[in-house]
Design a protein around this ligand. Structure first.
Ligand SMILES: [Ca+2]
Ligand SMILES: [Ca+2]
Length: 272
């Protein structure tokens, strides 16, 4: 009888743990890492990453500052949406916690000069493959504000249509920068705290109204409303860590296994 009560209490404890882990969203989030050691791994989503002058793929190099094997290459200014990403097992909405970090290096190998009104933003973060412009959480690179080919690129956080944190952070060409972005929802009302850092510059935006939005991928994506042919630059990412939603059955199964394990241990203890 006591064992039954113990087992029941462990099951309840696990259920409570699971509920707290799942928070307000439908799915709990767990950390995943991709160091791109030998290939793209489970980053199976690709669109236009070899089209329109783009050449973005797994590379056996270490430009981003990690060990050999990274994601990057030449990003081109084009209107068509392009991405290389890890599909999420479930579409999540803005009221889920989202968080990621990694390292990045930007170079202007082709030594282009930015003309007036020209721009090309490369994004890393969560996005919706159907409509990334209206459903995105992360930060973006920006082309230099100076026309000098050696001018620093820049980085800026953004969520959906807004939430820039003051001035863009300068990113010197060829230098590896660590970055992080973290969205903590306040509840289920599409607001939350958006924080993170690029290099030594951090930001923290509380009570930001992000608006209703959904996300079905995590990765690198880019598109431009206006494109300048020949405007390209090179970006490399590595050591990416990011939260992903995991299926409820998997979590329930894990919780049950844990409960059974604890229950069996209790039973063994009782028999000794
Ligand atoms: Ca690597
Ligand atoms: Ca452009």
């Amino acid at each position: 009888m006591r064992t039954t009560i113990l087992l029941a209490s462990k099951l309840i404890a696990c259920a409570v743990l699971w509920l707290s882990a799942s928070g307000l969203g439908a799915y709990p989030m767990v950390w995943e890492t991709n160091r791109f050691d030998t290939d793209l791994g489970n980053w199976t989503l690709q669109l236009n990453n070899f089209a329109n002058g783009n050449d973005v793929d797994w590379r056996n190099s270490s430009t981003a500052g990690g060990t050999a094997g990274e994601l990057g290459g030449r990003f081109a200014d084009a209107v068509q949406v392009a991405y290389v990403a890890r599909p999420l097992d479930f579409t999540i909405d803005i009221n889920h916690e989202m968080r990621f970090r990694g390292i990045i290096t930007i170079t202007n190998t082709e030594q282009f000069s930015v003309g007036s009104g020209q721009d090309l933003n490369i994004w890393i973060g969560y996005f919706n493959t159907t409509s990334p412009d209206a459903n995105r959480m992360g930060w973006r690179t920006l082309t230099p504000s100076s026309t000098a080919p050696t001018a620093p690129f820049r980085g800026r956080p953004r969520i959906n249509a807004g939430a820039n944190a003051s001035a863009a952070v300068n990113m010197t060409q060829g230098v590896s920068y660590a970055f992080e972005a973290w969205w903590q929802p306040n509840g289920d009302n599409n607001t939350g705290t958006f924080s993170g850092f690029i290099g030594s510059t951090s930001w923290n935006i509380a009570n930001y109204a992000a608006g209703a939005s959904t996300f079905d991928a995590f990765g690198i994506f880019w598109s431009e409303s206006s494109a300048t042919p020949g405007l390209n630059y090179y970006v490399y990412f590595d050591n990416l860590e990011y939260l992903v939603p995991i299926p409820e059955p998997a979590v329930t199964g894990l919780a049950l296994l844990g409960a059974l394990g604890l229950g069996a241990r209790s039973l063994l203890r009782r028999r000794v």
